[in-house]
Design a protein around this ligand. Sequence first.
Ligand SMILES: NC(=O)c1ccc[n+]([C@@H]2O[C@H](COP(=O)([O-])OP(=O)(O)OC[C@H]3O[C@@H](n4cnc5c(N)ncnc54)[C@H](OP(=O)(O)O)[C@@H]3O)[C@@H](O)[C@H]2O)c1
Length: 242
Amino acid sequence: MELRNRHIVVTGGTSGVGLELVRLLVAENRVTVVGRTSPRSARLREEFLSVGFITADLLEAGAARAVVAALAEDEVVDGLINCAAIQCTPHFNDPDFDPASIPREIATNLTAPCELTAALLPRLLAAPEAFILNVNSALALVPKPDSAVYCATKAALNAFSLSLRAQLQGTSVRILQAFLPLVDTPMTAGRGTGKLPADRVARDILAGIERAVEDNDIGKVALLRKLHRFLPGIARKIVARG
Ligand SMILES: NC(=O)c1ccc[n+]([C@@H]2O[C@H](COP(=O)([O-])OP(=O)(O)OC[C@H]3O[C@@H](n4cnc5c(N)ncnc54)[C@H](OP(=O)(O)O)[C@@H]3O)[C@@H](O)[C@H]2O)c1
């Protein structure tokens, strides 16, 4: 599907990979970002005057309904990119572990993409060809000891995407995923080495959408997926080191 003259709805467009996706898409498409009121969203709206912005906090129940309500009644959507996510890293037995982070992480990383999918599906089905791209992680395939809930949400997002793909087979809506390695964004500030730049990752994600790659393994994820199939213990050790 050529990404030109499309209407694409993007979550997480204020930062990191999502911001780079907006930067690339906006030249030839209509982009609507779903996000919170914040200095980052104010900067986004200043930088990209043509980008539409729907104010919604994905932690709040009803965010998906608010997104639909903000669209015009007959507005078609050609693509939904679920990119927003949070990652909390303390171990469960750390003194500063806050159990309140559990529902926040699940709501942002899993519930919100599922609810936005349900809410926007009629609009996507109204387009001649459309896609939903769920931004996923290598950690969905090989979990690491840190970020237990994050890994669980990404594994669940993978299961959701695979089921939904089967449900929508034969319709005009393709369900795609991009599996990211470590990327240099605010989410990973101060962590890890050998990170990919967010602009390169965004380019690879969009190239995958254009080629309708169902599960787009970015960078070293393709190798990790293979290694995990044959030598799962080694794959887990590599991820735990990263
Ligand atoms: N960075 C990596 O190494 C890496 C690796 C694998 C996968 N990924 C995935 O790539 C995607 C993008 O990550 P990133 O690294 O670019 O993260 P990031 O720079 O931290 O950006 C996260 C985005 O999510 C938005 N967001 C968070 N909570 C929200 C909420 N309650 N309501 C609305 N928006 C909310 C943030 O908006 P605000 O500006 O309002 O905070 C921001 O736009 C995520 O799905 C992540 O899991 C990242």
